[in-house]
Design a protein around this ligand. Structure first.
Ligand code: LLP
Length: 423
């Protein structure tokens, strides 16, 4: 395979026996492509963080819900969260049992809380009002309560979920009110959880927040609540700047710190329950890329544009968060090109914010090239839309045998109109 820029995917044999240009020919463009071996490796990084018997990786399904990926994640020993009836449904479709699903929602209806309690091992509520509603709908049921540890972290303000500036969690100061509601509805208060935000590359805030939750858990145990699960949330980051050699999170160091913290605490408190971490991005981001085709290039004043079919309807992260994804360039008989030019890669949507990569120094992109946006496995397809009535793309999985298979077909015009009531 001769390519203009593909060192990263070459180095990890991302496409197995396949060629990205042929994949686009076979399955259409744009196209999400996943790699099974990479997904398994990331799951193992996480399950290996602690050998404590109660330690579990609770995969946060919001990052990617394709059932073929969910099945692989389950086979690696992970459990799963759900935050909507849709996620719950698809987790069940992928084979997760009631005991393996934790519902972590906010601001939902009474019916949703009832459905969650009927179908999940544990349901987390994140306000006094939701706890009250949960108690009314499910008197005597098991409940988990999400607290806000006052510590936040994340790659963008939009994804920081801890601290006073966010809508999430119950302030630990409100414990007396929590106790009153729990007692009134005879709820079994069996879990506590938190989530400080998405994408940290430094372990300190996560470890600090763990200690805050453990201190609260200690208090709850001493008050007699039979805690079965203490869930520290997700947010584990991975390097998006691969071509600049961005270092990975040091999982050995992180694992040592997490393991020591859990096992010492469990021993001191004689706690035999489970400890969850709840990563989404770390599990699936790197196992996925989105491929697209360059249909036009142009110069506008000093700016060079490469126009592709990867609009923000296909990959929303750059438009929403100014998120960075590395770019690879594939061309028939292409040659690695060391000369770089500043280029802006854009999609096919009718808004000037439809930018995938701004002023990037890359080898000159030409019409007909296939490009890959790397690390698109998390918050990629799940955040795609049909704005401008573009159809959502297909997804293929490169199995451990190195061969690609379709795991979601491309949408059709009939899918687009399926829910209409035509008069
Ligand atoms: N647990 C809870 C309660 C969450 O809200 C989230 C993510 C996670 C776990 C998993 O976080 P992760 O390990 O993936 O960072 N769309 C954004 C990310 C939003 C994250 C929302 N909550 C993005 O594309 O960067």
């Amino acid at each position: 395979m001769a390519n203009v820029r593909s060192e990263y995917t070459d180095s990890v044999n991302f496409y197995g026996q396949e060629d990205p240009r042929e994949l686009v020919e076979r399955f259409g463009s744009p196209l999400y492509v996943y790699n099974e071996d990479m997904l398994r490796a990331r799951c193992r990084d996480l399950t290996g963080l602690s050998s404590h018997p109660g330690f579990r990786v609770n995969y946060s399904a919001k990052a990617n819900t394709n059932p073929s990926l969910l099945k692989i994640i389950r086979s690696e020993g992970c459990v799963v969260d759900a935050m909507s009836p849709g996620e719950l449904h698809i987790n069940q479709l992928a084979g997760f049992t009631r005991e393996e699903i934790t519902y972590v929602c906010n601001n939902v209806s009474a019916e949703e809380l009832k459905n969650a309690s009927d179908n999940c091992d544990m349901v987390s509520v994140d306000s006094l009002a939701q706890l009250e509603l949960f108690g009314k709908m499910n008197p005597g049921a098991r409940v988990m309560i999400r607290f806000n540890p006052g510590i936040g972290a994340g790659h963008s303000e939009k994804v920081v979920t801890g601290g006073k500036k966010t809508k999430f969690g119950v302030d630990p100061e409100m414990l007396p009110q929590v106790q009153e509601i729990v007692a009134r509805h005879q709820l079994q208060f069996v879990g506590v959880n938190q989530h400080i935000g998405s994408l940290f590359m430094e372990a300190a805030p996560y470890l600090d927040a763990m200690k805050v939750l453990l201190a609260l858990a200690e208090k709850l145990l001493s008050l007699g609540y039979p805690l079965e699960v203490i869930d520290f949330g997700g947010g584990f980051g991975m390097p998006y700047h691969k071509y600049e050699g961005q270092p990975r999170l040091d999982m050995t160091e992180l694992g040592n710190a997490i393991h020591a913290c859990l096992s010492e605490w469990a021993e001191a408190k004689n706690y035999n329950g489970r400890f969850f971490i709840e990563p989404g991005r770390y599990v699936v981001a790197e196992c996925g890329v989105v491929l697209g085709t360059v249909y036009a290039t142009k110069n506008n004043g000093p700016h060079r544009y490469a126009g592709t079919d990867i609009g923000f309807t296909v990959l929303a992260r750059p438009m929403l968060y100014d998120a960075f994804h590395d770019v690879e360039i594939y061309r028939e008989n292409g040659k690695p090109d060391t000369e770089v030019v500043a280029q802006t890669i854009v999609g096919n949507i009718c808004e000037s914010g439809d930018i995938l990569a701004k002023d990037r120094l890359l080898p000159l992109i030409e019409q007909g090239d296939v490009i890959a946006m790397l690390d698109a496995g998390a918050y990629g397809w799940v955040m795609s839309s049909t704005y401008n009535h573009r159809l959502r793309p297909a997804e293929v999985l490169i199995g451990s045998d190195g061969k690609a298979r379709l795991v979601r077909r491309r949408e059709t015009l009939d899918d687009l109109t399926a829910s209409l009531v035509l008069e």
